[in-house]
Design a binder for this molecule. Structure first.
Ligand SMILES: Nc1nc2c(c(=O)[nH]1)N[C@H]1C(S)=C(S)[C@@H](COP(=O)(O)O)O[C@H]1N2
Ligand SMILES: [Mo]
Length: 298
């Protein structure tokens, strides 16, 4: 259950958390896998990045473009109370208090690969729930084909939005089948703690098979639409950033290769690894794009 009032005392220390996970692995993925949902079974091999790495190397341009700007400035953002507008082709539109909107949705942990379009990657243990659960709660109407999201614009505390870095508010969108996919989640925590502001508190999207920029932070609006919605990075440079933004080692960014990625946390001699098709989630999501030319709809 999502609680807005978790404290540091509620937290599982990272080392205990990791040991517990290794124990589960040692017990044998084989015996457990059958009982677990597919995503949990697929998690077994991933070794998460540290809390420190995940929460100090961030992209959140509302607070500035430097990787250290979000942790430097985002602490000033007030995330309680938090209102989310739900509108468009939905049965129950409204301005919801976040706790009313998601307080009864059971949270779970998902350890996902996270691949930025800038060709770096991490592994992050998110806490949250499937986006699908929220959409079903508010009631998706038949003519809704897409879900659009918006981030807060708070000039008082966000140095970045006082400058035309991007066309604020930051906006993103998903096709309905992507939004309803069981891998797509809304995250409210990391390592069992409330998600820090620099990672998109109090609630951010996580779409693990897409480049990180699709995973929009600090959401204040969710709209159900018939037409494909505006997406900030696509609009800023459609030649470089597509609406789909599926991780694809075979389709390079015009200015750099997407075939491999720098592993954050691998130290001075930064390890690179091959980038996986759909970021390693091809078995679960490739069928969504069967009829598409991925070099055109990138
Ligand atoms: N509102 C908003 N959401 C955003 C961004 C941003 O600048 N503003 N950056 C995106 C990019 S490019 C990435 S890689 C991820 C980074 O998430 P993290 O800092 O939690 O790793 O957030 C995405 N969501
Ligand atoms: Mo990114």
């Amino acid at each position: 259950m999502w609680k807005p009032d978790l404290t540091r005392d509620d937290v599982t220390p990272e080392r205990i958390w990791l040991n517990r996970r290794r124990l589960i692995q040692a017990l044998g993925a084989g015996s457990l896998a059958g009982a677990l949902p597919f995503s949990a079974a697929a998690q077994e091999v991933l070794e998460p990045n540290t809390w420190e790495e995940i929460t100090t190397y961030n992209n959140f341009y509302e607070f500035g473009t430097d990787k250290g700007d979000p942790v430097r400035y985002a602490g000033a953002m007030q995330t309680q109370p938090w209102t989310v507008k739900v509108d468009g082709l939905v049965d129950n539109p409204g301005d919801y208090d976040l706790t009313d909107l998601i307080g009864d949705l059971p949270t779970e942990e998902r350890i996902y690969r996270f691949r930025c379009v800038e060709a770096w990657s991490m592994v992050i243990p998110w806490n949250g729930f499937e986006l699908r659960a929220l959409l079903e709660k508010v009631g998706v109407q038949d003519d809704a084909n897409y879900v659009a999201f918006e981030t807060a614009v708070l000039p008082e505390v966000m140095p970045g939005v006082r400058r035309p870095i991007l066309d604020w508010p930051y906006r993103e969108g998903l096709r309905m089948d992507e939004a309803m996919h069981p891998l797509t989640m809304l995250a409210t925590g990391i390592y069992g703690r409330l998600i820090p502001n620099q990672n998109g508190a109090p609630m951010r999207l996580v779409v693990p098979w897409k480049y990180g920029f699709k995973s929009i932070k600090s959401i204040v609006r969710i709209s159900l639409t018939a037409e494909r919605p505006y997406a900030t990075w696509e609009a800023s440079n459609p030649r470089e950033y597509g609406f789909y933004a599926n991780v694809n080692p075979e389709v390079d960014h015009p200015r750099w290769s997407q075939a491999s990625e720098r592993v954050i946390g691998s130290g001075l001699f930064a390890r690179r690894q091959d980038t996986l098709m759909f970021n390693g989630y091809a078995d679960q999501v490739a069928s969504l794009y069967e009829d598409m030319d991925l070099t055109v709809d990138f």
